[in-house]
Design a protein. Structure first.
Length: 363
């Protein structure tokens, strides 16, 4: 499986050794992992060099020590081998390999066991980058998730559940956002509250009367909204992450004022208890915002006139689009990331506001 849970293509070890040019080209062109199997068992993974560098960076933060070096298993390490534009360097353990093109590393081969170690330590490293209270709350959330059980008649790991994929994707996107905020937008970073406890999330689920999707639970476990301070409305569209208490209060208000059904089993265009508010648009207003449809996973907008429409296919896509705009602002049109008194704001370059001077962030 790839990190986002999609199936990973694979090749037999013998084919990988004989035709590493095709393997290197495939990884470089697609940016995706390729599994290396022997007798149907996953023994290694070829992954893009940039992905490995990121994993090793966070793994060192998680372990607090240098990464382990595999023991040598080859008496004589073969020299570099050329195939087409690619060169292969075999390491002393016989499985780790480096694939280069024009003296630039494009892909690396790691054993399945080494990669599993890296991914676990990288997860701990990203989590360790949180403040202690946030880290503890998120660790509690992860511990509460049902484990994946390995089927007795299978030697390989089971397919990850959609909930696991959602948690992984939201966590990764949010960590990238938070890392960005630390330097360009310290006021926005400082507005974030610690993560909610598992009991607080469970209590919210009971109060809402609906099963909260895993991606929203993961986000609340990271941060229970933002404080009412300058810079709090830093999410894309200048949205403010709502705290659990505000979510429950607004959800109850909607049910009280928009549920006009005579038959509770009939759908309504104005109210559905599965609609969970997530963000308000603006710092101090509930008139507009974004809510998550717990039934479909879609992220909708609402306004004070009860108008609503789908804005994003999921909470994950909203966060991933935001972090893409932060990391590559030149590729986006419309509202772009900008800085205003140490806060992240989103402005349209063609319509500057003289009362609110800001500096566009160009990377």
């Amino acid at each position: 499986m790839t990190p986002d849970g999609t199936p990973m293509r694979s090749v037999e070890l013998a084919d990988a050794v004989e035709d590493f040019e095709r393997l290197a080209f495939l990884v470089e062109e697609t940016g995706e992992r390729v599994g290396v199997t022997a007798g149907g068992e996953l023994v290694g993974v070829v992954l893009p060099a940039a992905e490995l560098a990121e994993l090793e960076h966070w793994a060192q933060r998680g372990s607090g020590a240098p990464l382990p070096v595999p023991d040598a298993s080859l008496e004589s390490v073969p020299g570099p081998e050329q195939q087409g534009p690619y060169t292969r360097y075999v390491h002393a353990d016989g499985l780790r390999m480096t694939l280069t093109r024009d003296r630039v590393i494009v892909a690396e081969v790691r054993s399945a066991r080494d990669l599993a170690w890296l991914e676990e330590r990288a997860r701990q490293g990203r989590q360790g980058y949180m403040d202690p209270k946030q880290s503890a709350a998120f660790a509690e959330f992860l511990a509460s998730q049902p484990p994946s059980v390995l089927p007795k008649d299978q030697s390989q790991a089971p397919e990850p559940r959609p909930e696991e994929i959602a948690v992984r994707q939201v966590t990764d996107a949010w960590q990238r956002i938070e890392t960005w905020l630390r330097v360009p937008a310290p006021a926005s970073y400082a507005s974030l509250k610690p993560g909610a406890s598992q009991e607080e999330i469970n209590s919210a689920e009971r109060a809402l009367g609906v099963r909260i999707p895993a991606d929203l639970k993961a986000l609340w476990a990271l941060h229970d909204g933002a404080r009412t301070v300058h810079g709090e409305a830093f999410l894309m569209d200048n949205a403010r992450l709502m705290g659990i208490a505000q979510v429950v209060e607004l959800h109850g208000y909607w049910g009280k004022n928009y549920d006009f059904r005579d038959d509770p089993d009939k759908p309504s265009d104005l109210w559905d208890h599965r609609w969970i508010p997530v963000c308000s648009l603006g710092e101090h207003s509930w008139a507009t915002g974004l809510y998550l449809d717990a039934g479909t996973g879609e992220l909708w907008s609402w306004d004070e006139h009860a108008n609503r429409q789908v804005e994003y296919e999921s909470l994950t896509s909203y966060l991933e689009e935001m972090v893409d705009a932060l990391e590559a602002p030149g590729l986006f049109t419309g509202a772009r990331p900008s800085r205003e008194r140490g806060a992240l704001v989103w402005r349209v370059p063609d319509y500057p506001d003289p009362d609110h001077p800001w500096v566009e962030y160009t990377g």
